[in-house]
Structure formats: structure tokens, C-alpha cells
Design a protein around this ligand. Structure first.
Ligand code: PLP
Length: 363
């Protein structure tokens, strides 16, 4: 079978060597004669995996000691609720910065749980010459006005990324589902980072939470036990049965990242991949992108064909060449190439060759 490059936004492709290793180990993990899916999460072999995975993640992201790392269930949307349930008890209020689909969904969930009087929203996307541009707000106010400010540094659907740090008097909660470990970030700037695993970490369902310890001291609230950060932290993410196979694959992805130069090396390749693709879009009038250069997502490159009637043909011809899942999100239409860590530079080169040839053929 010739190589297939999968540009799906999530669940996304995993590094090929990780899948090959998992396939090899599927029926016999660590010589135990059974799969990792079949062993107790409380047994020594799995505990060792869990401990090593946290250690690897801490070193990959340079996570300070005063942060807990939690491996939870429920995906990004689970965290939309968990953040509210953990932090907004006792009449707490929060500010949500809006930049697109996912930050808006997070805000909607917060309103659903605690009502709109407790949630302020602020749209921070402006139009500049017809392009979307993020304008970071000056956040000022009493330290106790909000328990946290929530934002989404990379809008997977809209292809908008925020590279600058927010300056805020309130703890910053960031939904990093589609940007985590694609570039270096200073974790100490954040109160809490969460990410659904299915883009840069591993299979869907598993969810990573990195939380500053002092935030676990906020006034007593009553989230469900399964979503309670305090319980998850106290039980080393094993209050109940964690998604063990997903955790195993995430642990393998962390090892793969470490042996390939870590996050700094990923960032370098990710910059090269994104530049190549945006350069193709900008240099051919056949394609367009609607985001200012400073906020173009490195992970989710959205683009439209100038002639929308060619969309279907574009997708069909791309697929025939092994370039799959390029259809844009149903809400925004057009095309989207998601080029997470596991997408090799060759995949983007092949896409650019295809796009150039397609434009020449149909112009
Ligand atoms: N946040 C972001 C930025 C996402 O891209 C997604 C899903 O693609 C979600 C949240 C929702 O994640 P999940 O489907 O794991 O609930």
C-alpha cells in the first residue's frame, strides 16, 4: 500500500513508529503474555508505565514542581465542564475570551452550568482587511473579580492561533487540545492547561490536565468525584480505571517525542511545515486563507478554493493520491490540513505538490 497522509483534525494520525511498536506488543506486553489492555492499572507494570509517562511529560514540557499532572477521562468537552465544576463554586465568576468555535463552546458549557450572570465573555477577534486577527485585551481588575480567565490558544476549526502570552491578574486556563507540545510554552504562565489527547498525544478519551497546586485550594465546591481535580491528584489519576490503552499509547508518544529531539525539534519542523503550506496558499491566487500572518495556526491550516465548485474534485483527486481528510469543518467549510507533530514534512511537501498541480490543471 502506498503511503497515506492523514490530515484529519482529530482523532489525528499517530507517529508511525509508535503504531508499529504497539502492533508488535499488542498480544504480549512486556513478556506478560497479555496485552496492556488486559492488565490491572494497579499492578506494578502499569504503575511503572504511568510514573514514567508523567516523568517524560514533565521533562518534555518543563513542568514546574508546583503543578500536578492528571490523566483524566472525557476529552476537551469534559474539561469544559470540569474547570467550571472545580473552580466556580461559592459564587465564583469567570471570563471567557472568544476566538472561534472551541472557545465559544467552552463558554456555552460554563453558562449552561452556572448561568450567564457568572460568566463574562469577550470577543477578541477583529477584522483587518477582511482577515481574522486576534487582539489580546489589557486585562485589569481586582484579583478576586474572576476565579480564572479561559482561552483557546489554537482554534482547531477556525485555524487561528495565539502565540503571545496573555497578561492577566487572574489565573489563566488554556484549552491546548490542538497545540500542546507543538511548540515550547512556559507552563508557569498558566494556572491550568488541558488537552484532549487525540491530536498531539494519543487516542481520544484520554485528557491531560496540568494544574498549579494552589488552584486546588479554591473554596470548596462539589464536582462529581470523577471530575474532581483534588481527587484525581490525590489518587495519582487512578480514582477509577483510567483509559489504560490510551495512556499506554500516550506514554509511547512521549518516548517518541523525547527520542526525536523533544518539543523544540517538533516546533522547528512544525514551523517549516506551516511555512511551506501557507507559502503555497499565498503564492497561488487559486487558494486563499482568511487569517492574518501572526495568527495563522501552525497545526490547522484552513484554506478555501477561489472556485468553491471545485471543492469536491479537489478532495477526490487528493484522496486518490493518498492525501486524506482535507475537508474543512462542516461549520466553516473549505479545506483544512491538520499538520500535527506526527505529520512528517514529506506529507506537507506532497500536499503542496498536489495543490500546485491541481491549481495549474484547473486554472
Ligand atoms: N477543544 C479543542 C481546541 C478541540 O479541537 C476539540 C476537539 O477537536 C475540543 C476542545 C473537544 O474535544 P473532545 O472532542 O475531546 O471533547
Amino acid at each position: 500500500m502506498s503511503t497515506v497522509y492523514n490530515f484529519c483534525a482529530g482523532p489525528a494520525m499517530l507517529p508511525a513508529p509508535v503504531l508499529a511498536k504497539a502492533q508488535q506488543e499488542l498480544l504480549d506486553w512486556q513478556g506478560l503474555g497479555v496485552s496492556v489492555m488486559e492488565v490491572s492499572h494497579r499492578g506494578a507494570p502499569f504503575i511503572a508505565l504511568a510514573t514514567q509517562s508523567e516523568k517524560d511529560l514533565r521533562s518534555l514540557m518543563n513542568i514546574p514542581d508546583n503543578y500536578k499532572v492528571l490523566f483524566m477521562h472525557g476529552g476537551g468537552r469534559g474539561q469544559f465542564a470540569a474547570v467550571v465544576n472545580n473552580f466556580l463554586g461559592d459564587n465564583g465568576r469567570a471570563l471567557y475570551l472568544l476566538t472561534g468555535q472551541w472557545s465559544s463552546s467552552a463558554a456555552e458549557e460554563a453558562v449552561r452550568l452556572v448561568g450567564d450572570a457568572a460568566i463574562d465573555t469577550l470577543n477578541i477577534v477583529e477584522q483587518q482587511d477582511g482577515l481574522n486577527k486576534v487582539v489580546l485585551p489589557q486585562l485589569t481588575g481586582a484579583a478576586d473579580k474572576y476565579r480564572y480567565v479561559h482561552y483557546c490558544p489554537n482554534e482547531t476549526v477556525d485555524g487561528i492561533e495565539i502565540f503571545d502570552y496573555l497578561d492577566s491578574p487572574w489565573p489563566i486556563v488554556a484549552d491546548m487540545s490542538s497545540t500542546i507540545m507543538s511548540r515550547e510554552v512556559d507552563v508557569s504562565k498558566f494556572g491550568l492547561i488541558y488537552a484532549g489527547a487525540q491530536k498531539n498525544i494519543g487516542p481520544s478519551g484520554l485528557t491531560l490536565v496540568i494544574v498549579r497546586e494552589d488552584l486546588l485550594e479554591l473554596p470548596v465546591v462539589h464536582p462529581s468525584s470523577i471530575m474532581d481535580y483534588r481527587i484525581a491528584a490525590a489518587k495519582d489519576s487512578m480514582f477509577n480505571t483510567p483509559p489504560t490503552f490510551a495512556w499506554y499509547l500516550a506514554a509511547e508518544v512521549f518516548k517518541w517525542l523525547k527520542s526525536n529531539g523533544g518539543v523544540a525539534a517538533m516546533e522547528k519542523t512544525n514551523v517549516a511545515k506551516a511555512e511551506l503550506l501557507y507559502h503555497c496558499i499565498d503564492s497561488l491566487p487559486f487558494y486563499k486563507n482568511g487569517v492574518v500572518a501572526a495568527n495563522r495556526s501552525r497545526m490547522n491550516v484552513t484554506f478555501q478554493l477561489a472556485d468553491e465548485s471545485l471543492d469536491k474534485t479537489f478532495l477526490k483527486e487528493a484522496e486518490a493520491q493518498g492525501l486524506v481528510a482535507l475537508k474543512g469543518h462542516r461549520i466553516v467549510g473549505g479545506m483544512r490540513a491538520s499538520i500535527y507533530n506526527a505529520m512528517p514534512l514529506e506529507g506537507v511537501q506532497k500536499l503542496v505538490e498536489f495543490m500546485t498541480a491541481f491549481a495549474a490543471k484547473h486554472s
